[in-house]
Write a protein that binds this ligand. Sequence first.
Ligand SMILES: Nc1ncnc2c1ncn2[C@@H]1O[C@H](COP(=O)(O)OP(=O)(O)OP(=O)(O)O)[C@@H](O)[C@H]1O
Ligand SMILES: Nc1ccn([C@H]2C[C@H](O)[C@@H](COP(=O)(O)O)O2)c(=O)n1
Length: 225
Amino acid sequence: MERATVIVAIDGPSGTGKSSTSKAVAAQLGLSYLDTGAQYRAITWWMVNNGIDIEDPSAIAAVAGKPEIVSGTDPTGPTITVDGTDVAGPIRTQEVTSQVSAVSAVPEVRARITELQRSIASDAENGIVVEGRDIGTTVLPDADLKIFLTASPEARAARRSGELKGADVQSTREALLKRDAADSSRKTSPLAKADDAVEVDTSELTLQQVIECVVTLVEEKRAGK
Ligand SMILES: Nc1ncnc2c1ncn2[C@@H]1O[C@H](COP(=O)(O)OP(=O)(O)OP(=O)(O)O)[C@@H](O)[C@H]1O
Ligand SMILES: Nc1ccn([C@H]2C[C@H](O)[C@@H](COP(=O)(O)O)O2)c(=O)n1
């Protein structure tokens, strides 16, 4: 029998296609969509804007509860605001990207954002696709379906360089690997594949093929297979 709601967790390193895949799958299946990386970027943006010393975890922890972060979960037009300000653009700057791993490693930040993520997921009436680094392992360990996307560093760097309009592939590759290493080695809920996640290597797949693969997995779950 087909189940009414479905919770899908999609994790993986940077540039493996989590956001593109999750948005498309959610739109196709009528589910909500949550980009948890955008939430960590938003809190990092707030820390930078408020002059918080990013090198000092206790300073970050002391103010982790202050910013109000609101995520819109329509996959065709996801939104993110901090204290009512639209930060969808500013959270993608190099300044934020280079500091987000340090901010997201602070346990008080993770506790705050994890609580927000669980609340958004439980409010999603038709189900939700939630993408990030620790969704299957920590945020939603009871998700109906867990996917772990991977891709070679070369494929990921080529994709990102294309997005950044010809940025140097080698330095893009190094920056990706540096962020992955920081995200995988932090003590609190590091980037990791859940034991029961389905791993999909996207290196040789088109985005459309990855989307079809995930849609099929969700439909099988919904059908109770
Ligand atoms: N299978 C694929 N083949 C080719 N390009 C892809 C594929 N999947 C995603 N892309 C492209 O790669 C880039 C990165 O994808 P996306 O932002 O979805 O990755 P991500 O895993 O969410 O990254 P991050 O964790 O850094 O936010 C985008 O330009 C996207 O269009
Ligand atoms: N569940 C998550 C999602 C993201 N992060 C951190 C680590 C990433 O480097 C950063 C930005 O994510 P992106 O926009 O690249 O997906 O946010 C995390 O710790 N946990």
